[in-house]
Design a protein around this ligand. Sequence first.
Ligand code: NAD
Ligand code: LMR
Length: 339
Amino acid sequence: SALKRTSSSTGGHILRRDFSSESGPNRKVAVLGAAGGIGQPLALLMKLNPLVSHLSLYDIAGTPGVAADVSHINTRSEVKGYAGEENLAEALDGADIVIIPAGVPRKPGMTRDDLFNINAGIVKSLCTAIAKYCPHALVNMISNPVNSTVPIAAEVFKKAGTYDEKRLFGVTTLDVVRAKTFYAGKAKVPVAGVNVPVVGGHAGVTILPLFSQATPKANLPHEEIIALTKRTQDGGTEVVEAKAGKGSATLSMAYAGAIFADACLKGLNGVPDVVECSYVQSTITELPFFASKVRLGKNGVEEVLGLGALSDFEKEGLEKLKPELQSSIEKGIKFASQS
Ligand code: NAD
Ligand code: LMR
């Protein structure tokens, strides 16, 4: 059923695992930017995941400390820290999944696109290394602006001759996490059972939560749907403002990143019906990259699922987001093809 198909992302299992479990195939997960605000708690959560056998923590500096710390946790994976570009090859070698939270975060007053000038170059150089050292890895792109960094990664991989659209993901799970939390609050239902697809992209109006498809159904008044939509779209800004110059979401993002990586691992391991929203190469609209529900499997994307029935408000939102998303995609492609 539709409910079952989308139920993989409730997430509560992450902290309820049997930590002594050591079953399953060897899986190496590399985190690039592992000493950062997202990277550190994400390293912790990946260390708690029994599907991981090798955890590789890379950053330009600081990773020996993070790796030593996390490595003392008595769970399955063997942890290694790598600092500096000269160690990137070894950090990536044999990786099944590469998670990229490397790059600068927003400060109040900035848009995600304001990060482009710094983060585009970082993502480009990291993806160049991925193409060289682990071309078959699933890439989970967290670095902003996601709407552009995913197209940059695709171009880098195309140039290197390693591009496989099934293996490149923009991580939009935090939008889903927020939509679920905010919806549960308004609908007064237990959050653990809530599902809300979020489609489009990952910035402002390009984030389009589909509350008309939210379960359990709550029949909220239209004004509340408008407010929930806006709060989901502005969720990142809410955190940036509350942190007042000290960065953007790190803890909730680490949680969301861990949920998405776990879904990728399950897909690789052949678990059926693993569905998450993600920003991927897509033909469900005229835009070349688009976030929607995606079924994950042994090769990454198994199927990009359609949008389903939209309310008039969501149809309007979909048309409104297309110009911005299109231009962010073009900006990424242009950067990668010119430099
Ligand atoms: P941060 O500054 O705390 O950490 C970033 C880390 O990246 C630092 O440790 C830094 O040394 C490292 N880094 C910089 N250049 C690097 C390189 N070339 N190779 C490897 N590591 C490098 O920032 P943060 O709060 O962790 O955020 C990281 C990124 O994630 C930002 O771009 C932010 O906008 C983005 N983000 C995305 C989402 C999402 O939903 N997709 C959510 C939150 C944050
Ligand atoms: C988020 O949604 O929290 C991230 O994209 C970080 C940001 O800049 O808002």
